[in-house]
Design a protein around this ligand. Structure first.
Ligand code: 8YV
Length: 331
């Protein structure tokens, strides 16, 4: 905890973290860990940020200009525990000369493992089958019950062919899928996947559509009613990227009306999704609570990287992984 007389920098850690990483921060700073079950409300976040040099931030924190102003002029770094940083207003940070860090690379393979798991979970109706057994409905062998879609030989459409999207593609190719993709920034790939001209073409050709793009103003609502109608009725939508990329109401309607067969979601909008939400009550949906990077090894590496991004700034250097380095001037 920061004492009023302390000259050490204050670091706000907004959620519980690996204690050895908090200890690393405490060697050179005073870490204030918000050690409670629920995320801070905006008011709590602003109050807790007061006087901070750094914020160890999580997806649950909307770090906007008001939080930065509440922190005050000491604030030098906002270090996101994750590769996606759509919860941080990077423009507001840059205007205030505050560096924003993230954790690219360390979670790629784990997130891709999980993305491919969700493709299989959708195609083979794993969660639905589990619920069937738990309800006591497994009475005898029924050759026409719970039939899924072959993974092998089917077409996977990947939206966003960056680190994670292309790592999912490698897994899909090894499982005998054809892989097509659309992407904003990547050049041609050397994996043998086909880059298609439009999202519409991808949606029309794919048996599985898997989202791997960041949430930006351009991708917010990217998959809406028109896009879902273009998908095959036997196709599945997999979202392990960010909830708002998909229009939730349109998705629920498409699943209800049979426009698509299945959805497997690691992320939702809203998040957490209320237990009485239509998507939660549908059999042809699998929802898990934003766990794509949730392995011990990966979350630990993310934590270490976030701490390193903060420690660098206490030394007067930019975070090693800084998303707005070109906009920071610390003289
Ligand atoms: C994290 C993620 O679990 O890296 C990301 O962008 O979504 C996840 O790996 C999340 O950011 C936790 O803060």
């Amino acid at each position: 905890m920061t004492s009023p007389t302390s000259s050490r920098p204050k670091i706000l850690v907004t959620r519980r973290q690996f204690q050895d990483q908090v200890d690393r921060l405490n060697e050179v700073s005073d870490a204030l860990v918000l050690d409670r079950p629920a995320p801070a409300t905006p008011d709590e976040l602003r109050a807790a940020a007061a006087g901070a040099h750094g914020i160890f931030a999580h997806i649950t924190d909307a770090v906007d200009g008001a939080v930065m102003d509440a922190a005050g002029p000491n604030l030098k770094v906002i270090a996101e525990f994750g590769v996606g940083y759509d919860n941080i207003d990077v423009d507001a940070a840059s205007e205030r000369n505050i560096a924003v860090g993230n954790t690219p690379g360390v979670l790629t393979e784990t997130a891709a493992d999980f993305g491919f798991t969700m493709i299989q979970a959708a195609g083979r109706r794993i969660a639905e089958s589990d619920r069937f057994v738990r309800r006591g409905e497994w009475q005898w062998f029924e050759p026409l019950d719970l039939l899924g879609v072959d993974i092998f030989g089917s077409t996977l459409g990947i939206v966003g062919f960056g680190r994670i999207g292309s790592a999912v593609a490698r897994r899909a190719l090894a499982s005998g899928m054809e892989v097509i993709y659309v992407t904003r920034s990547q050049p041609e790939n050397d994996l043998g996947c086909e880059r298609v001209g439009t999202l519409d073409e991808l949606l029309e050709r794919s048996d599985f559509v898997s989202l791997h793009c960041p949430l930006t103003p351009e991708t917010n609502g990217l998959i809406g009613p028109d896009q879902l109608k273009r998908m095959k009725p036997e196709a599945s939508l997999i979202n392990t990227a960010r909830g708002p990329i998909v229009n939730t109401d349109a998705l629920a309607a498409a699943l209800r009306d049979g426009d698509i067969a299945y959805a497997a979601l690691d992320v939702t909008d809203p998040e957490p999704i209320p237990p009485d939400h239509p998507l939660v009550t549908m059999e042809n949906v699998t929802i898990v609570p934003h766990i794509a990077s949730a392995t011990v090894g990966t979350r630990r590496k993310m934590s270490e990287m976030t701490v390193e991004n903060i420690l660098a700034t206490i030394d007067g250097k930019l975070p090693p992984n800084c998303v707005n380095a070109d906009r920071i001037n610390w003289g």
